[in-house]
Design a protein around this ligand. Structure first.
Ligand code: NCD
Length: 323
C-alpha cells in the first residue's frame, strides 16, 4: 500500500490515488484545471512533450470505454509516456483464467508507474488502490464514481462561465445509477451556492443517503419529475443515458428510456441563450441529433476534447512531474 486510502489531496498530488471527488478541496480542483489549460496547447498544436518520458501507464478496463480509455492513452502519449492497454480485461487478460483483481493489480504495478482502472463493481477502485504500490485512477467503478469525467465537466463549465460557484445546473437521466452524475454532483458541492435540479423518473432519483451528504454541504438539490418544472435560467444542462447495464431486466430499463429526451422543442421551451449542453457520452437516444448543431451543444466538441487536457494534467501531477 503506497499511501492511506481515500487520502485527501490538500495540494500534494504526487503518488495519490484518485478515487472520488471527496479527496479534493476547491483549490485542488482549480489546480488541475489550471494545469490542464496550460498543457492544452501541446495537444491542440500536436507538439510532442517529454514531461512523462520513461513512465508507463496501464489502462485496465473491465467495462467498455471509448472516450475515457483513448483520451487517457492520448494524454499519456502526448506527454511521452508509454501505454499498456488492456480493454475487455475479463476476456483478454488472465482474469479469463480466473485470476483475481488483486493479483492482476500486483502484476500490472510491477510493469507500470500508474494504473487507470474501470470496473463494474462500486468500491473496486479502492480495493485496487489498497493493494497497488503505484497510484490508481478510478476511471469508473460500477454505479460509484467517475472522478476524471467530473473534472473534465468542470473544465468545460469553467471555460464558459469563468466560475464554478453560484451556478444553476440541470442534470437529467439515470440519476440513481450514473457514476458521472454522482461525481459531478460531488464536484459541484465543493463550491459555494450551486443549485442543482435533478430531472428523472421517480424510481431513478438520487439515493437518499447520497442526497443528505450533498445537502449538508449547503448545495441545493431539487428533485423534479416533469419537464414543466425546469427553470428557465439554468446555466448548464447535463444529460446522460439511462444506464442499461445496471438494470435487472431489459423490461425495467426500457421503462425509462423515452422519459426525458433532449429535443429542439425542449430546448426552445425551457432553454436560454447563454446556457451550455453537456453529456459525458455515449449517447443512447437521450439527446436528439437535431440538437447537435446548436452552438450551445458542447458534448461532441469541446467537452470530450477537454478530457485529454484534464488527464494530461492529472497524470503529470500524480507522477510528480508538475508540482
Ligand atoms: C460514462 C461512464 O462510463 O460512466 N462514459 C464516459 O466515461 N464518458 C458515461 C456513461 O457510460 O453513460
Amino acid at each position: 500500500m503506497h499511501n492511506t486510502i481515500v487520502k485527501k489531496i490538500n495540494g500534494k498530488f504526487a503518488g495519490v490515488d484518485i478515487l472520488s471527488l471527496d479527496q479534493f478541496t476547491p483549490q485542488d480542483v482549480t489546480r488541475v484545471l489550471k494545469i490542464a489549460k496550460k498543457l492544452k496547447p501541446l495537444r491542440v498544436n500536436g507538439k510532442p512533450s517529454k514531461i512523462l518520458v520513461g513512465k508507463i501507464i496501464t489502462l485496465l478496463f473491465y467495462e467498455p470505454s471509448t472516450r475515457t480509455c483513448s483520451s487517457f492513452s492520448s494524454a499519456a502519449q502526448q506527454l511521452g509516456a508509454g501505454v499498456i492497454t488492456i480493454q475487455d480485461a475479463s476476456s483478454f487478460s488472465s482474469v479469463a483464467k480466473g485470476e483475481s483483481l488483486l493479483d492482476t493489480i500486483s502484476t500490472l504495478e510491477s510493469y507500470s508507474d500508474l494504473i487507470v482502472m474501470r470496473h463494474p463493481e462500486a468500491g473496486s477502485a479502492m480495493k485496487a488502490a489498497e493493494t497497488s504500490l503505484v497510484p490508481v485512477i478510478n476511471a469508473g467503478d460500477g454505479a460509484g464514481s467517475h472522478p476524471t469525467q467530473a473534472l473534465l465537466d468542470l473544465f468545460t463549465i469553467f471555460d464558459k462561465f469563468k466560475r464554478l460557484d453560484n451556478l444553476k445546473i440541470l442534470i437529467c437521466g439515470d440519476i440513481l445509477h450514473s457514476r458521472t452524475i454522482h461525481s459531478l454532483i460531488e464536484a459541484l458541492s465543493l463550491f459555494k451556492k450551486n443549485s442543482i435540479f435533478l430531472l428523472s423518473t421517480k424510481e431513478l432519483s438520487l439515493d437518499v443517503n447520497f442526497s443528505k451528504k450533498i445537502s449538508s454541504t449547503g448545495t441545493k438539490l431539487t428533485n423534479i419529475h416533469f419537464e414543466r418544472d425546469i427553470p428557465k435560467d439554468v446555466e448548464v444542462w447535463y444529460w446522460n443515458r439511462i444506464q442499461k447495464e445496471r438494470f435487472k431486466s431489459l423490461k425495467d430499463y426500457k421503462k425509462h428510456t423515452k422519459s426525458f429526451v433532449l429535443t429542439k422543442r425542449l430546448l426552445d421551451s425551457y432553454g436560454n441563450k447563454n446556457m451550455i449542453i453537456i453529456d459525458p457520452l455515449p449517447r443512447v437516444g437521450e439527446i436528439s441529433h437535431e440538437v447537435d448543431s446548436d452552438p450551445r451543444a458542447l458534448y461532441l466538441k469541446e467537452q470530450m476534447r477537454n478530457g485529454v487536457y484534464v488527464r494530461m494534467a492529472l497524470l503529470s501531477l500524480l507522477l510528480g512531474k508538475i508540482k
